[in-house]
Design a protein around this ligand. Structure first.
Ligand SMILES: Nc1ncnc2c1ncn2[C@@H]1O[C@H](COP(=O)(O)OP(=O)(O)OP(=O)(O)O)[C@@H](O)[C@H]1O
Length: 248
C-alpha cells in the first residue's frame, strides 16, 4: 500500500457561509503527499467546515480548489475519494449490522476498485495496518470507541488515499488510547500519504505533524512551525488568553 504517486491540493480564496453566518472567510491552503499538517483553533473556528469543503462534502460559497492542476471545486466527495482525497469524521459512523471487515471492504469497492479480489486484499491490508485483524469478524456495532476510531481510519485507508483528512480522531479517547493511534497515523505519513489532522489534544497532534495551522473566525491566523504557532500571540489570544496545551 506504499503510496508512490504525488498529489498536490491547492485551495484559494475559500469562503463558506450558512445563511448569514460566515464560517470560512478567505482561506488559502496548499498541501501535498509529503505533508503532515495539524489544524487547531477554538470551537466554531471553521476547522471541520474547511475539511468538508476540501473533501467535497460541502461546496464553498466562493473560491477554487485544484487537485493536481485539475479544478475540483464542484467535484462531489465520492469522485474526490476516487482521486485520493478522503476524510474521516469526528463521530465514526460504521455501517451497522455488518462486520468490521465488511465495513472496510465496502469502502474499498466503492472508492478504490471494482475488482472484488483486489478490494478484499486492500481491506485486509488496511485492517492489519490499523491493528484490527483480531476484530475483523466482529459486528461493527459491538466494538469500543478506540476500535471504532481505528475502523474509521481503516475504512479511509481502504480507499487508497493520497491525502487523508482526519477530523478529531483522538476525540473522546484516553491519553493511552490516543497515543496508540499516533503510531498508526505516523506510519501512514511515512508511507507517503499526506495528512491533515484537526485535533484538540495538541500534544498528541504534535507527535505527528511537521507544521501547524491555527484557525479563528474562519481565517488562518498563524501557520508554520508547530511550537512557533502555539506560542504566537494571536493564537494565545484566540484561546481567550488561556495557555495552550503543548506538552509533548
Ligand atoms: N451546516 C451548518 N449550518 C449552519 N451552521 C453551521 C453548519 N455547519 C457548521 N456551522 C457553524 O459554523 C461554525 C464553524 O463550525 P465548524 O464545525 O466548522 O467549527 P470547528 O472549528 O470545527 O469547531 P469544533 O472544534 O467545535 O468542532 C459554527 O458556528 C457552526 O455552528
Amino acid at each position: 500500500m506504499e503510496n508512490t504517486s504525488y498529489s498536490q491540493l491547492q485551495a484559494t480564496g475559500i469562503y463558506k457561509s450558512f445563511g448569514r453566518v460566515q464560517v470560512l472567510n478567505g482561506i488559502d491552503f496548499t498541501m501535498d503527499t509529503k505533508d503532515a499538517i495539524g489544524i487547531v483553533g477554538p470551537n466554531g473556528a471553521g476547522k471541520s467546515t474547511l475539511l468538508s469543503v476540501l473533501s467535497g462534502a460541502q461546496a464553498p460559497s466562493d473560491g477554487k480548489i485544484i487537485l493536481n492542476n485539475q479544478d475540483i471545486t464542484h467535484t462531489p466527495a465520492r469522485q474526490r475519494a476516487k482521486q485520493g482525497l478522503v476524510r474521516t469524521h469526528q463521530i465514526p459512523k460504521p455501517f451497522s449490522g455488518i462486520t468490521v471487515f465488511e465495513n472496510v471492504f465496502v469502502a474499498a469497492i466503492h472508492a478504490a476498485t471494482n475488482d472484488r479480489e483486489e478490494a478484499y486484499d486492500m481491506a485486509l491490508e488496511s485492517i492489519k495496518l490499523c491493528g484490527m485483524l483480531h476484530l475483523a469478524n466482529r459486528e461493527a456495532d459491538s466494538i469500543g470507541l478506540l476500535d471504532r476510531k481505528r475502523l474509521e481510519l481503516a475504512r479511509a485507508l481502504a480507499t487508497q488515499p493520497k491525502l487523508l483528512f482526519l477530523d478529531e480522531i483522538g476525540g473522546g479517547l484516553t491519553e493511552a488510547e490516543a497515543l496508540a493511534l499516533v503510531d498508526t497515523i505516523l506510519s501512514l505519513s511515512e508511507r507517503g500519504i499526506g495528512i491533515v489532522w484537526i485535533e484538540h489534544i495538541v500534544h498528541i497532534l504534535l507527535r505527528v505533524v511537521k507544521s501547524l495551522i491555527c484557525m479563528d473566525s474562519g481565517q488562518i491566523i498563524a501557520q508554520g512551525n508547530p511550537q512557533a504557532v502555539m506560542s504566537d500571540q494571536a493564537v494565545i489570544q484566540a484561546y481567550m488568553g488561556g495557555s495552550v496545551d503543548v506538552v509533548s
